[in-house]
Design a binder for this molecule. Structure first.
Ligand SMILES: O=P(O)(O)OC[C@H]1O[C@H](O[C@H]2O[C@H](CO)[C@@H](O)[C@H](O)[C@H]2O)[C@H](O)[C@@H](O)[C@@H]1O
Length: 359
């Protein structure tokens, strides 16, 4: 017997577990709010042996839910807003106004400043789609980025593998920071934006390559058992996607199973850690390097970062972009723009709803 669950035994010695889950997890993982699963005794023993990971998994499942809010804002066609939700949205918008509605004001504050542009890829330059290999940006978006890069140093900062994002963006003359900034490369030719006049190449986690490869293989093997799960090797980090995994329990189509497999494999790698993105769990080295550090590194390498004259702008949609927003907020220079349709805790100054607005 636990606080939430009740154990019952049948004649064959099988054990039934009446599961009562906290209200916060009920709707998604246990739509009925509670259920009874019959577990053979042998399996229960295995389950109990795995118990120490249970709490960790539950918190992961919670995190998976929290990072996957519905992308419709209160008042959108399909659902009528609760009045509290509408209030929450309005007060969030007051704190993080639309960058489009404040365009004039922003443009004025940029006068005479050197803009340096940082752009996240997924959810910012390309819309979120089910298949990560098909997250293409439109030609119009490509033209917009090309136009920006003509005037300002421009970097793409992404969780993806650098080569892959380069193939999606297809623009020369940009700085590409892949694997959450652990793999940075500038244009092969010197360019007018680089004050230091030297090529930029930086890889923060080279010694982790064999380990990442190994963990990626183990994850692929394990996730083959989970319908809809996709493992993406991003060179210095790995993404485990559960966007197409059915969140229902009791099948091998379960977010809980994804969390369990990932955490159990990771327990063998103390030098790796987990972070959470949009319906993705990311496995990364424990080193203190993130998109914020990449932003600082790039500003420095480009010969910026030491005067009040520079104005970095970072646009991103993900939790991992918060590290960069935070750097800008702490510097008190430049600003972050969060791309989101729903209120989220953020250090960004402004907001935009979707990639088309940011274009
Ligand atoms: O830093 P980003 O450029 O935002 O990359 C973060 C992850 O983005 C990708 O996954 C996300 O977009 C996919 C395609 O739209 C979507 O299917 C997935 O659910 C999202 O999480 C990318 O595939 C990951 O490797 C990146 O880590």
């Amino acid at each position: 017997m636990t606080n939430h669950n009740t154990l019952m035994s049948d004649a064959k010695g099988n054990i039934s577990l009446a599961v009562r889950v906290p209200v916060s997890t009920q709707s998604l993982f246990y739509p009925g709010g509670g259920r009874c699963i019959s577990i053979p005794r042998r399996k229960l023993v295995q389950k109990r042996e795995a118990d120490p990971t249970q709490t960790r998994n539950n918190s992961w499942i919670e995190a998976m839910r929290a990072s996957s809010p519905s992308q419709t804002r209160p008042g959108n066609v399909s659902s009528l807003p609760e009045s509290g939700e509408e209030d929450e949205y309005s007060s969030w918008m007051a704190q993080h106004p639309s960058a489009l509605s404040k365009f004039e004001e922003i443009a004025k504050s940029l006068t005479g400043k050197q803009i340096v542009m940082f752009l996240d890829y997924d959810g910012t330059l390309s819309p979120i789609v089910e298949n990560p290999d098909q997250a293409y940006m439109t030609d119009e978006m490509r033209d917009a980025v090309k136009g920006v890069a003509r005037y300002f140093p421009t970097a793409i900062v992404t969780g993806r593998c650098r080569d892959k994002v380069r193939r999606f963006v297809k623009l020369p003359g940009l700085y590409y920071a892949g694997s959450h900034g652990m793999d940075i490369k500038g244009p092969s030719k010197q360019n007018k934006h680089n004050k230091n006049n030297k090529g930029v190449l930086f890889q923060a986690a080279n010694e982790f390559l064999p380990m990442i490869d190994q963990v990626s293989k183990s994850l692929v093997e394990k996730m083959n058992e989970v319908a809809g799960a996709i493992v993406e090797n991003n060179k210095f980090c790995v993404s485990v996607h559960y966007r197409c995994v059915d969140p229902k329990a009791e099948t091998l189509k379960d977010w809980g199973i994804v969390a369990e497999y990932v955490t159990s494999i990771l327990s063998e790698y103390p030098k790796l850690r987990l972070t959470q993105g949009r319906k993705v769990i990311e496995i990364r080295p424990t080193i203190k390097w993130d998109k914020g550090k990449a932003l600082e590194f790039l500003l420095e390498s480009l010969g910026f970062g030491h005067s009040d004259n520079e104005l970095p702008i970072y646009i991103g949609d993900d939790r991992t972009d918060e590290d960069a927003f935070k750097v800008l907020r702490e510097k008190g220079q430049g600003f972050g723009i969060l791309v989101s349709k729903v209120p989220k805790e953020t250090s960004a100054t402004y907001s935009l709803q979707e990639p088309s607005e940011q274009m």
